[in-house]
Design a protein. Structure first.
Length: 90
């Protein structure tokens, strides 16, 4: 029984080991910078699409801007989901 308990304890301790703290600290800094850049790019993209839509309405063009809007929103969702996915993997 002691052997089984010792093996279980050893496996549990081995599973709890993660990457060294220095690695995750630097990775967190990089991920935070990238997250801010993705947020800024998403806001800028929405502003660009919105201004193009406003110009098209004022000019009387019936251009379809919904696909551009959905593309920017899809990129925002992918960018927002990247951080939690990386956090889950690490």
């Amino acid at each position: 029984m002691n052997t089984l308990h010792a093996m279980t304890t050893a496996l549990t301790l081995a599973a709890d080991d993660g990457p060294p703290a220095g690695v995750t600290t630097e990775l967190d800094k990089v991920l935070n910078i990238i997250a801010w850049l993705v947020t800024a790019a998403g806001v800028a993209g929405l502003m660009i699409v919105g201004s193009r839509m406003a110009i098209a309405v004022k000019a009387g063009d019936g251009e379809e801007h919904l696909s551009q809007f959905l593309m920017v929103m899809g990129a925002c969702v992918i960018g927002a989901a990247a951080g939690p996915i990386v956090d889950f993997v690490i």
